[in-house]
Design a binder for this molecule. Structure first.
Ligand SMILES: Nc1ncnc2c1ncn2[C@@H]1O[C@H](COP(=O)(O)OP(=O)(O)OP(=O)(O)O)[C@@H](O)[C@H]1O
Length: 342
């Protein structure tokens, strides 16, 4: 749905040239939540602002829904922008307007008649969960509520695309989660395509299906979130995965486990994203005469299911233990017996 071809942005400051976005080519599917992650200065903000031409590209093309955004004159662009909503880290609300009037603002600009505007504003206030606060001013709202206003305003004209520029970076972790849940909800209900940029892997893990990693203005790695979690290739990507999973000093840990637990089998279970397997441990314990002792591990949830590693000790008759392991092997959880005492 969104096709980005050879997109570049070069800034000139103090006679020096900075290539913020460097010959970037990318295709983004319709209806998903696409994340772009990178450290400060990687070029994420510039990239997202090029998509609706808040920044003018130095070269390259942006095609959204078969429309060449980069070839449009200012009138065409004004109309096209109604189809591309945007939310910001610092909300960018109008401080002299109430919640209701902030949300009505883009409708006024689009020339929507008053009665229709009021109906739409009520609908949006319900959608983002601000029913009690419609007459409040931004200064009377919490950060999360301000971002809800930002989201409602961005959705006012029924855009096909929602751009999120570090939309949760100014919020505490709990509020971040609530806003991310709202974005997932909106994506499902309205089917619009969401592109978000962030420097937090937690945000990607929680709501994105696809991710691109940016460094020095380029995309250095991209793919399904789960694949990137499982097999990060670039150093920068590995660091982002560690934000969520911690460092992998596994080998040292395994030897400690083998030394400490001298009965039964010690098994490594690698969960790779099937939600259907989340009750695996209890299923196995019910089905076979084995005891399962969880020793260590870390599982995290992604939009494609659970991902992570769990070390367990399985005890019981040899035949039952083998059957239990045989059962796990048939699921999508990868099994590796790392110590077999029998
Ligand atoms: N208007 C501008 N003029 C000159 N240089 C700019 C301008 N905007 C961005 N840059 C430079 O372009 C590079 C990319 O900046 P950008 O803000 O896109 O990165 P970012 O990944 O979004 O980082 P951050 O999260 O810190 O904003 C940086 O080196 C930045 O200094």
């Amino acid at each position: 749905m969104i096709s980005i071809e050879g997109l570049s942005k070069i800034f000139t400051s103090n006679k020096k040239q900075i290539t913020a976005v460097d010959d970037l080519t990318l295709a983004i599917k319709e209806g998903g939540i696409f994340g772009v992650i990178g450290y400060s200065g990687a070029g994420k903000s510039t990239f997202v602002r090029l998509l609706n031409r808040l920044e003018e590209p130095s070269s390259g093309r942006v095609i959204i829904d078969d429309q060449d955004i980069t070839a449009m004159n200012s009138n065409q662009l004004r109309l096209a922008r109604q189809e591309i909503g945007m939310i910001f880290q610092h909300f960018n609300l109008l401080w002299s307007r109430t919640v209701k009037d902030n949300i009505a603002f883009p409708l006024e600009i689009a020339g929507v008649p008053k009665a229709e505007r009021e109906r739409r504003v009520r609908e949006l206030i319900d959608l983002v969960g601000l029913s009690e606060r419609e007459n409040a001013y931004p200064s009377q709202l919490s950060g999360g509520q301000k971002q809800r206003v930002g989201i409602a305003r961005a959705l006012a004209n029924n855009p096909k695309v929602l751009l999120c520029d570090e939309a949760t970076s100014a919020l505490d972790p709990e509020t971040t989660n609530a806003i991310l849940d709202l974005l997932v909800d909106i994506n499902k209900k309205l089917g619009l395509t969401i592109i978000l940029i962030t420097h937090e892997m937690h945000v990607i893990r929680k709501i994105c299906r696809q991710v691109a990693v940016m460094e020095n203005g380029k995309i250095v790695e991209q793919g399904d979130v789960l694949d990137v979690f499982l097999r990060p290739k670039q150093q920068v990507t590995k660091k982002f995965v560690e934000q969520v999973m911690g460092t992998q000093d596994e080998n040292e840990g395994i030897q400690d486990l083998i030394n400490a637990y001298d009965h039964g089998k010690i098994v490594r279970l690698h969960f790779i994203g099937e939600t259907a397997n989340q009750a695996l441990i209890s299923q196995v314990a019910k089905k076979y005469k084995v005891d399962i002792n969880v020793l260590q591990g870390k599982i995290t949830q992604t939009q494609a299911g659970a991902y992570g590693t769990l070390f367990v000790q399985i005890e019981g008759e040899t035949e039952e233990m083998d059957k239990a392991i045989g059962f796990i092997t048939k699921t999508s959880v990868e099994v590796e017996v790392i110590r077999d005492v029998n």
